[in-house]
Design a binder for this molecule. Structure first.
Ligand code: SF4
Length: 409
């Protein structure tokens, strides 16, 4: 069993999300470039941006992994070869790969860059891990359909690092090997173009009654018969870390910067709490509140404690109201006028109570007494997206800190 402190790995859909993930405690991020990634619409990085991202990460002793995990076809291979050559130059900390052909090309063209085998490869046993180690992989992201006992045994019997998912959307198909999007919209999930039809609403039509759409009731919210709950393991994080895995991964390259910060902070605190007192680990209410704030759906624990069955592993009814909304980002501090300089992301007004999503510790709130725009005109609210404004506050906050507006009082 590995003794290394477990890594917290966050998604980074763009540069801002990457910096936010690092600010809120990620050890590493994964991001996609112009080719071969599985999120065609995730705001992928250009090669130059990836180089910049890697340099930035390394300057603060963090890591960047590049997703190259499509299942390639012959027509993709020449471009892949050239792409891997370019990636070798910018030196990411790993390439995340599913396809054996791409792995072979990566070994030829970027031999210095470690290979992490993607969860898309559906690795479900230690012999497969060993085979992949023989082929040159240094880490395997296991399929999400394994139980904790299987994960523990795999860690114990393998020489390479093992990574598992701790949080985020689940596919109803086997670790994302899914043809539903291709079938419904001619856009292939296996080429990064999933349109998420598993989350649409469906009805049943009986053959003899055409045109009669019979609802399939799941709950009062709808009929999402193919729609998995999202994964959340913060209650059981001690058990996951206890398997000896090397890395805990959060899903969601298409999620917002607010999602990245919120989920990252909760898991950072949970991991740190575990290492302070492993025997006494207990999820705290604040982490749960935070994770519910950024979710549209209920949570489950996936397959870690046995196959999901209906309401099993459900954390309760999903009735959370949006009590806070991301509204601004700290971009500086005006010492002379003792004011935070903010970039607006959602409207808020003088008189609103704002919550600071603190990088560490508990969040705090303050009321907006007054507000000025970038021309020092006093204003009552900030209507324009990305508007630069100033609000009084007693002390500077780290640049990049996110601010929320409270909607409960
Ligand atoms: S349609 Fe749903 S299950 Fe299939 S790949 Fe897309 S998100 Fe996953």
């Amino acid at each position: 069993m590995t003794k290394k402190r477990v890594e917290l790995l966050l998604p980074a859909g763009n540069m801002e999300k990457m910096k936010t993930a690092f600010l809120y405690g990620a050890d590493a991020v994964y991001l996609g470039g112009p080719l071969l990634g599985l999120r065609a619409k995730a705001g992928n990085f250009t090669l130059e941006e990836m180089a910049e991202a890697i340099d930035y990460a390394h300057s603060i002793e963090k890591k960047v992994y590049i997703t190259t995990n499509i299942y390639a076809q012959n027509m993709d291979l020449d471009a892949a070869r050239e792409y891997f050559r370019s990636l070798a130059v910018i030196k990411p900390d790993a390439l995340i790969i599913s396809d054996l052909g791409l792995m072979r090309i990566a070994k030829q063209e970027a031999p210095e860059v470690p290979i992490h085998v993607s969860t898309q490869a559906n690795v479900t046993n230690y012999e497969s891990c060993q085979m992949l180690a023989d082929l040159g992989a240094s880490c395997v992201v296991l399929a999400r359909e394994l139980g904790l006992d299987e994960i523990r045994e795999t860690v114990d019997k393998c020489e390479l690092d093992i990574e598992i998912f701790v949080h985020g959307a689940m596919c109803m198909s086997y670790s994302g090997r899914c043809m539903m999007s291709m079938f419904m919209t001619n856009r292939s999930a296996n080429r990064g173009e999933c349109t998420h039809p598993c989350r649409w609403q469906y009805h049943v039509v009986e053959q003899q009654r055409p045109g009669e759409f019979i609802p399939v009731e799941e709950d009062e919210r709808g009929t999402y018969i193919f729609n998995s709950k999202d994964l959340c393991t913060i209650y059981e994080l001690d058990q996951l870390i206890g398997t000896g895995v090397s890395s805990l991964k959060v899903e969601g390259r298409m999620k917002s910067v607010h999602y990245v910060a919120t989920v990252c902070k909760a898991y950072r605190q949970a991991i740190d709490a575990y290492y302070q007192a492993p025997e006494d680990f207990q999820a705290n209410d604040q982490w749960i509140r935070e994770l519910k704030i950024v979710s549209d759906r209920d949570y489950c624990t996936g397959f870690y404690f046995g196959p999901p069955t209906g309401d099993d592993h459900n954390y309760g009814d999903y009735d959370v109201e949006r009590t806070v909304k991301f509204c601004a980002k700290v971009i500086g501090y005006d010492e002379e006028r003792m004011s935070l300089v903010l970039e607006q992301r959602n409207r808020f007004f003088v008189g609103d109570r704002l919550e600071i999503l603190r990088i560490t510790g508990f969040n705090t709130t303050f009321e907006v007494d007054r507000m000025w725009d970038d021309k020092d005109q006093e204003i009552d609210y900030c209507p324009h997206p990305r508007q630069i404004i100033r609000v009084p506050y007693r002390e500077p906050l780290p640049e990049g800190t996110l601010i929320r507006v409270c909607r409960e009082d």
